[in-house]
Design a protein around this ligand. Structure first.
Ligand code: PLP
Length: 464
């Protein structure tokens, strides 16, 4: 199967091409023309990696040996045999822990295998990967390409928009092929800078022999791996269920929707937002309205996003390319679009949505029997006792200790390393060393730059 462009389905490229160069001629996103059927329930007894390979094969992209290699990257997770941990809380509630990889957030689920795919596809090329992060994509991308001889990564993060642990994860990675820029601005600013550079011919020409690529979830190579864990978990439980997803750029939730279309017995995909409730408005009212909205800083920073890129793939799947183009152009030009009643009803067949304030989020953390991070906590707003539900748990709590201290003990965090140990002891959980070690690593004070300076900084570095 080839992937088509969301704003012009007559244009298609093969999987490898879409992965290496996610930039499309019309400015849309590469996405499957349709979702293949896959009988995951017949694969119940396969291991996670075997299940994943069967699901990927159903797309008929080819590259089977390369995918096998990519899936081996899950050997680096806590349990070599299965990268996820599906916890049963009670008859109605399961938590799908997706953060057992090297950087303790679900971004590793896709970026670890993605890193192998890109390296394998680009053995005879030099690649510069641009990455804009709200906190977790950055560390996961840097980790995935650390010391790769042909691939350089330039990563931008909003200076005051991530947790300390997330910033340290990026700043303490010292490999020669990696550069990190703290920018003055929020995530939307970082993502905008990235999109501008990706399409700027003059910039590309100055990169000499480097080709430009992006690791954000605009890349279909990431979405593919985000279908698998939803389907796999649904198969393990076996019954019809809902999946609740803490959402920002809508990559994770889109994976759940694609899993449903492929055959997973998922009833509703429930979208949890924080106070940046653009997605909950979208699914409840059918409007995407950026006019006079300002980004609000919350305790779930990875969801502090207003421009949710992957909604475009959903529009394509539901309403086809012409309508997608129309809606996305309206959003660009008028900062607003509105679906008609039929379209909204079509969304409501698969989705529900609500948002969770910081205040509510703190209560959910405090009242939870197990440790949950502030992103995962937003999902409890959508939990109801009548159905079986899986909450998608996207990060380990240890990345957000100041918020955890406030929620659990109503205390300010003074020494983050000590407080992490204290919480772990109190809840009798074992911690992997990766997070604690960060506090012992050298961390030169960072200089932040304006987003306009990023271009020159990258060129200086590449051409030195
Ligand atoms: C990235 C991220 C999210 C949002 O996921 P999307 O796929 O962008 O919707 C939620 N929680 C955490 C911890 C994240 O890192």
């Amino acid at each position: 199967m080839h992937l088509v462009e969301s704003q012009n389905a007559n244009f298609s490229v093969d999987f490898k091409e879409a992965l290496i160069n996610p930039n499309t001629p019309q400015g849309g996103l590469y996405t499957p023309a349709f979702l293949p059927k896959f009988d995951g329930y017949a694969c119940k007894n396969l291991s996670y990696k075997e299940f994943a390979l069967e699901l990927i094969k159903s797309f008929k992209f080819g590259y089977e040996e390369t995918f096998k290699k990519a899936l081996k990257s899950y050997d680096k997770f806590d349990d070599k045999n299965c990268p996820i941990v599906l916890q049963k809380i009670n008859e109605k509630l399961y938590i799908n822990e997706l953060y057992h990889g090297p950087t303790r957030a679900f971004k590793d689920m896709a970026l670890q295998p993605f890193g192998v795919l890109l390296s394998e596809f680009c053995k005879d090329k030099k690649i510069l990967i641009l990455c804009a992060t709200s906190g977790d994509t950055g560390p996961a991308t840097l980790k995935s390409f650390e010391n790769n001889p042909n691939i350089k990564v330039a990563c931008m993060y909003p200076k005051n928009g991530t947790s300390l642990v997330q910033a340290l994860q990026m700043r303490t990675m010292k490999a020669e092929n990696l550069r990190v820029f703290a920018i003055n601005g929020d995530f939307d600013e970082a993502q905008k800078t990235l999109k501008n550079l990706l399409s700027k011919e003059d910039f590309k020409n100055k990169l000499k022999n480097y080709e430009l690529c992006a690791a954000n979830s605009v890349n279909f190579g990431r979405i593919l791996f985000q279908i698998i864990y939803h389907y796999y978990a649904a198969v393990q439980i076996g019954k019809k269920l809902d999946i609740i997803v803490p959402s920002g750029n809508f990559g994770n939730a889109l994976g759940a929707y694609f899993a449903k279309k492929m055959g997973a017995k998922i009833d509703k995909i429930k979208i949890a937002s924080n106070e940046n409730k653009i997605l909950s408005e979208f699914f409840n009212e059918g409007v995407y309205d950026l006019r006079d909205k300002k980004l609000i800083k919350t305790i779930s920073p990875a969801m502090d996003i207003l421009i949710s890129s992957n909604v475009e793939r959903l529009l394509f799947d539901k309403f086809k390319d012409k309508r997608t183009k129309e809606l996305i152009h309206q959003l660009k030009n008028q900062k607003y679009f509105k679906l008609n009643q039929n379209e909204l009803e079509s969304l409501r067949e698969d989705f529900e949505a609500d948002y969770c304030t910081d205040e509510e989020c703190v209560k959910f953390i405090k009242n939870s029997k197990i440790l949950i991070d502030p992103h995962t906590a937003t999902c409890f707003k959508l939990f109801n006792e009548n159905k079986i539900q899986i909450i998608s748990s996207t990060a380990e709590w240890s990345k957000f200790t100041p918020s955890m201290m406030k929620a659990l003990f109503q205390k300010e965090c003074i020494n983050e390393k000590e407080d992490i140990k204290r919480i772990a002891k109190e809840f009798k959980v074992e911690l992997k060393p990766e997070i604690l070690e960060l506090f012992d690593k050298q961390d030169e004070s960072v200089e932040s730059i304006e987003s306009e300076e990023v271009e020159n900084k990258i060129l200086e570095w590449i051409n030195q």
